[in-house]
Design a protein. Sequence first.
Length: 364
Amino acid sequence: MFNLTEILNQAEFTKEELMYLLALRGDEQRKLFLRAAIIKEKFVGKKTYFRGLIEFSNICHKNCLYCGIRAANNKVNRYLLQKDSILEAVKFAYNNKYASIVLQAGEREDDEFINFINDLLVDIAKICNGELGITLSVGEQKTEVYKKWFDLGANRYLLRIEASNKDLYEKLHPNNSKHSFDRRLACLKNLQKIGYQTGTGVMISSPYQILNDLADDLLFFKAFDIDMVGMGPFIEHEQTPLFKHCKELPSLNERFLTSLNMIAILRIMMPEINIAAATALQAIDPVGREKAIQLGANVIMPNITPSLNRKDYLLYENKPCTDEGADECLDCLVARIDMAGDEIAWGEQGNSLHYQNRMKKRKE
Ligand code: SF4
């Protein structure tokens, strides 16, 4: 038998305790949320940091079995934004004091793509005098490429492991060298070694996943000493091979509740990391991200991709805010964060405290 009050006063959990916490619902779940909210306030404050998300290309050379923009999906209208459009979105973020942006795209390792990002980083540095935090989320790359982008000003990298259990990973991806779990893990390690604030994440309640896997994911984040996490509920996309499993999955509401538990538990386990309130939460509950903010998340990624292209970046179905302009999205977000009881940290990059402490220790 577990004693919830005692467990919630711990900072570390066994795998059995994690599985118990992940399954909490009702009043006990509310106690977990309350504890996580207290830890959030104590360690990172009641503050939400903005990262303006620019989904600059949906061209991808990979075929993850759950993803709507996988290379084999020929129903997708493919795009690569013009550099000028991306820079307009960057200026919007800079002028509106977002202080950070995320440049996200499908995975490509060709020279044309790498040089495109090189040039982009040079131009962004000119626009913002190096004052914007820049997260890249463009997948697995060679170490020298990661290094070059770091030297050009990118200071954070998000590479979701999606499933820290290799067997599960291999069920969610094609079985070939382009989709190697070992390479993905090696890339994460390289990013950390180079000096990026390193972020990862997992899908929650995906096909084949059991609670045991989610407990392992939480232990993985801790053991890896990760600086940032973005994770959200699995939402099926009709044009993908894994869609056939959707009837076997927990209800959307269950997936949502488990996702909130993951965020709350992680905040208690790793109080100084940055945790994003994933957009997939909002696809299930209109105020899903705000709920996540209340119980532990401290980062939100307003989509500032030119709205014409947003409908073509559908990794999953019912993705919200695909037809709104950046201004409309900003207005509704400001009101929602306020309702969630947080203040928006305008003009603050909000670098991961965990990262700052990790780097201090590295120097000692
Ligand atoms: S999840 Fe990422 S790497 Fe995989 S197919 Fe989708 S965009 Fe490509």
